[in-house]
Design a protein around this ligand. Structure first.
Ligand SMILES: C[S@@+](CC[C@H](N)C(=O)[O-])C[C@H]1O[C@@H](n2cnc3c(N)ncnc32)[C@H](O)[C@@H]1O
Length: 249
């Protein structure tokens, strides 16, 4: 599978700027079918995970006054849920203009959401200006997740919070079925529905390579965060990580 990836994208052989460009191009290409593919691939379960994620975020925040940035926010699923839950000040940041265009055009997208084209590794915010950063299925697509975590830490106020929803390590008994489904079914669905089997092979491979629950906890801690914890969803297929920047709440 790794050899296949090298042939299709060459991600391993290029510098981070080129890698970033290729990932952005990939999401630009799949943007029109991204939401439909998510529903099909996960049988709609991603919507339940996202609702649970946002409930957790809002329970720990002050929706009326906090500034929320949904990094790698794509078509805006998390931003819409945050707004529906009472968050007044929500900014979507994503590297792909096409993903955000798709999200803005969705019926029911609140006009008050703001959309900013930028990369997680170089956030266009001053130091210590945000209360909450959320990132849903985005960290593993960053060309340098450690740099993105340090950036998130930089822009959060003291006491600010990071919430990350990401694919993780499923329970051992689930893994063989999950791998079979991921490598056999998802690229075929990607071919039929999105017309991009290679893009979906990359996405599956990126899930496999991404650190599991404990390793991600360590990475978040290494970026400077305190009180890092996680909670599994669907037997560890995904996990919510939560962390706090030290200092006043
Ligand atoms: C799998 S999608 C997740 C979208 C959305 N958050 C969701 O949960 O459905 C990953 C998103 O990350 C964005 N992305 C990839 N690399 C990025 C980077 N370096 N900085 C910001 N966004 C990035 C992509 O454009 C894409 O919209």
């Amino acid at each position: 599978m790794a050899a296949d990836l090298k042939q299709t994208f060459g991600f391993e052989q290029v510098d981070t700027a080129e890698r970033r460009r290729r990932i952005r191009d990939l999401f630009d290409a799949i943007a029109p079918r991204y939401d439909l593919m998510n529903d099909l691939m996960s049988f709609g379960i991603h919507r339940l995970w996202k609702r649970r994620f946002v409930r957790r975020v809002l329970a720990a925040a002050r929706p009326a006054t906090d500034t929320f940035v949904d990094l790698a926010g794509g078509t805006g699923d998390i931003a819409r849920l945050l707004h529906a839950g009472g968050a007044q000040n929500v900014v979507v940041v994503d590297a792909s203009a096409a993903m955000m265009r798709q999200g803005r055009a969705q019926p029911g997208t609140p006009r008050v959401l703001r959309w900013v084209a930028a990369e997680g590794e170089r956030l266009p915010f001053a130091d210590e200006t945000l209360d909450v950063v959320t990132i849903s299925f985005g960290l593993r697509n960053m060309s340098d997740p450690d740099a993105a975590l340090r950036e998130i830490h930089r822009v959060l106020k003291p006491g600010g919070r990071l919430f990350c929803l990401e694919f993780s390590q499923p329970a051992w008994w689930l893994k063989p079925f999950y791998d079979l489904y991921s490598f056999l079914v998802i690229p075929r669905l990607g071919a039929m529905v999105a017309g991009h089997p290679r893009a979906y092979r990359y996405l599956v491979e990126s899930i496999r390579r991404f650190p599991g629950q404990k390793a991600l906890t360590e990475k978040i801690g290494a970026a400077g965060f305190d009180d890092v914890s996680w909670r599994n969803l669907s037997f560890g297929i995904a996990a919510i990580h939560h962390a706090r920047k030290g200092g006043a709440a």
